[in-house]
Ligand binder design. Structure first.
Ligand code: ZN
Length: 248
């Protein structure tokens, strides 16, 4: 019998131990500050060079923080290395799952990644560090080197659609998995939140690890309110152990 597939949906809460605040959630920093929200809203970004200059300064400040993966990110990567089939669906743009050792192809980034830039015209991509090096060299709003178009972070801004291919992959994994663990997500932002319901509908064991109650707690087989940095490694070690022991 093939090993059960474990899917994790991760939100801002898994990265707070790495020093990254919740920018984007329903009560996130961006939602509380309309001026800051403009920096990550497509319409304002495309229409206003001053907004773009401020966005690039924000990206440069974020890059300077150099957040590191924490115990929870490492535990997910360790589960994968132990031979259990694992897929991560993340609402985060920080790339910390991959930095912890998760293979890139096993991480679906619903909101894109802040570690790359993308051209809004020709869709050329590159490393964010390359774009930021151009800032350091004096460009306030570096244009695309291929076509002169406006560059942005490869994250999904407010006013942009999620990548339909990434979303379809996330739904397929959610339907196929036997265990679905939602970690550090308030499960209030669609369509990510709806994945928890899809998982339950398709018979997965639904486990929610979050400090605050979520709308899906009643559907869950298990709800864990302990701090993610200790609770998730413990939970995942348990799952890996179940894998090694013969099932009755
Ligand atoms: Zn371009």
């Amino acid at each position: 019998m093939s090993k059960p597939l474990v899917a994790l949906l991760t939100g801002a809460g898994i990265s707070t131990d790495s020093g990254i605040p919740d920018y984007r959630g329903p009560n996130g920093l961006w939602r509380q500050d309309p001026e800051a929200e403009k920096l990550v809203t497509y319409e304002y970004y495309m229409g206003d060079p001053e907004i773009r200059r401020r966005s690039w300064q924000m990206r440069r400040r974020n890059e300077a923080l150099r957040p590191e993966p924490n115990a929870a990110h490492r535990a997910v990567a360790e589960l994968e290395r132990s031979g259990v089939p694992v897929r991560v669906i993340t609402q985060n743009v920080d790339g910390l799952h991959q930095l912890a050792g998760m293979p890139d192809r096993k991480v679906l980034e619903l909101h894109g990644t802040a570690r790359s830039y993308v051209c809004t015209k020709c869709h050329a991509r590159g490393a964010m560090t390359d774009a930021l090096a151009r800032l350091d060299a004096g460009e306030a709003d570096p244009p695309c080197l291929e076509c002169g178009g406006i560059l942005k972070s490869a994250t999904v801004m407010f006013g942009e659609r999620l990548d339909p291919v990434v979303l379809a992959d996330a739904v397929a994994i959610t339907k196929a998995c036997q265990v679905f663990i939602a970690v550090g997500s308030s499960l209030q932002v669609q369509p990510a939140a709806g994945l928890a319901g899809i998982a339950a509908d398709h018979g997965a064991r639904l486990i929610i690890v979050n400090a605050e109650p979520t709308p899906y707690d009643e559907l869950a087989d298990e709800v864990i309110r302990e701090p993610i940095g200790t609770a998730l490694p413990e939970l995942l070690r348990g799952l890996a152990g179940e894998e090694r022991e013969p099932q009755p």
